[in-house]
Design a protein around this ligand. Structure first.
Ligand SMILES: *Cc1c(COP(=O)(O)O)cnc(C)c1O
Length: 458
């Protein structure tokens, strides 16, 4: 065991320290990896050390350097040193963060980390918290708490009686909401067609007057409004405070999907983007994106703990149980969980309030610099770079350029569709990205875009 875990740690450490110089895209594609892993079901045992050697050898060509400083695809983030080590310990300790009786350290670390996050983000400290796999689960749990509360207010016990025959719930969201909101609504029995959409402005944030108009245009009754902090394409944030005030005037529960955008609150220079965050009723957020904690790690906060536990607790322990029984799995979809709180606790302990602010600020500065260098090189920056996301038109087929840039290996980026146009999308969310990384990547993007244009012309 000792040799094996030391080897695993050494291999991970070599991989991580080599990231800045490793080609960012995987050397082998998924078909090559399928061929490499393909084998009949083993009939007999193999010594653990041979298994681990084989795994390392087989997987390495198919590993992407997404934890490295020049990965700008999706919204990914890296893994801070302390958080990575803490997550390795969480696996080594193999705690089951079910509740405080079973895993006292894991639950206590979650509770302290949750309180720190609430202070950093400006979420009421009385809110309940669940450590989830990511924002998809956070949105699902937050909206389940919303469903519980708006139906309880209408005199309906949804946990006991289900949705058949329940009062109708209206659900209103911005047209630029994340797809995980739709999936959460499907899982919760609402169906896609429940959604009433509020138009968004050019950068993807809703207009509060339009929200008011949509809300006024319907019967009074149970109502949920979904807002967003951090559009995956543009970084735009809905005007949370104003929108929450309007929604509450109409009697709504307000859920905020802030997978990465909520971290704007932790940086004094971007906090205005999410002003009024504290007015919402539930919040979903990720640690594995901008906080640079390894996958899978996110949070859900709910302003009314009784609605949170009322919908998630799998027994009546929230009514009768001790504090230990209520903690942990009473606030998430999972029952047996890894001790996710250790890595979050470690990241916050390593960075402190100032370090988190600086991390967010640095990524935003890099995003603006990226936009400036690309624009100087002739590209057209399409979005208002308010946060860490940049959309660019390099006057060439965006998908072809993205694929060619990945092939070239300097950096990794993807293409997206924004307002009917295919564009390159850059997300700066890694703690290790430097100005030199940004400039080297921008140069590679411009050079490859020219090659694609010349190739298309020739
Ligand atoms: C990434 C993201 C999600 C989904 O988060 P997961 O951590 O992948 O579950 C939801 N909403 C927004 C705005 C996101 O950026």
């Amino acid at each position: 065991m000792t040799d094996l875990l030391q080897k695993a740690a050494r291999t991970a450490a070599e991989f991580r320290t080599g990231l800045p110089e490793r080609p960012v895209a995987a050397r082998a594609d998924v078909d090559a990896m399928r061929a490499a892993f393909a084998a009949p079901l083993p009939e007999t045992p193999t010594p653990a050390s041979e298994v681990v050697d084989e795994l390392i050898r087989t997987a390495d060509p198919g590993l992407t350097a997404n934890a490295g400083p020049r990965f700008f695809g999706f919204v990914i983030g890296g893994g801070l040193p302390s958080a990575t080590a803490a997550d390795m310990l969480a696996v080594g300790w193999d705690q089951c963060a079910f509740n405080g009786v079973l895993a006292p350290a894991a639950i206590a670390a979650e509770e302290v980390a949750a309180d720190w996050i609430k202070q950093l983000l400006g979420i009421p400290r009385t809110a309940s918290a669940g450590f989830v796999t990511g924002a998809q689960e956070a949105n699902t749990v937050g909206l389940a708490a919303a469903r519980h509360h708006v139906l309880a207010t209408a005199g309906w016990d949804v946990e006991r009686d289900g949705l058949v025959g329940a009062p109708r719930i209206r659900v209103v969201a911005g047209e630029e909401r994340h797809a995980t909101i739709d999936r959460a609504l499907r899982l919760l029995g609402f169906g896609d067609r429940v959604l009433e959409l509020v138009p968004a402005d050019d950068n993807g944030a809703i207009d509060p007057a339009q929200l008011d108009r949509v809300l006024a245009d319907g019967e009074p009754g149970p109502l949920i409004v979904c807002l967003q902090a951090g559009n995956v394409n543009t970084g735009a944030c809905d005007p949370l405070g104003e929108a929450a005030d309007i929604a509450h005037r109409h009697g709504a529960w307000v859920h905020v999907d802030g997978a990465f955008g909520l971290w704007a609150a932790a940086n004094p220079r971007t906090a205005h983007l999410v002003a009024g965050i504290e007015k919402a009723d539930s919040w979903g957020c990720d640690a594995h994106k901008w906080l640079n904690v390894p996958y899978d790690s996110g949070f859900v906060f709910v302003s009314r703990p009784e609605a949170h536990a009322g919908t998630m607790s799998h027994s009546a322990a929230y009514l009768t149980g001790s504090a230990e029984q209520v903690a942990g799995s009473s606030f998430v979809l999972g029952s047996s969980r890894r001790g996710r709180g250790f890595a979050v606790w470690a990241a916050l302990r390593e960075l402190g309030r100032e370090g988190v602010a600086e991390l967010v600020d640095r990524c935003c500065r890099h995003a603006r610099h990226f936009a400036d260098v690309l624009a100087t090189g002739g590209a057209r920056v399409v979005n208002d770079v308010v946060l860490n996301q940049v959309l660019v038109d390099v006057h060439a087929d965006a998908d072809a350029v993205a694929a060619a840039v990945r092939q070239e290996g300097t950096c990794w980026l993807g293409a997206t569709t924004w307002r009917g146009q295919r564009l390159l999308r850059l997300s700066v969310s890694n703690y290790g990205t430097t100005t030199a990384d940004v400039e080297r990547s921008a140069e590679a993007i411009l050079r490859v875009a020219k090659q694609v244009r010349d190739g298309a012309a020739g």
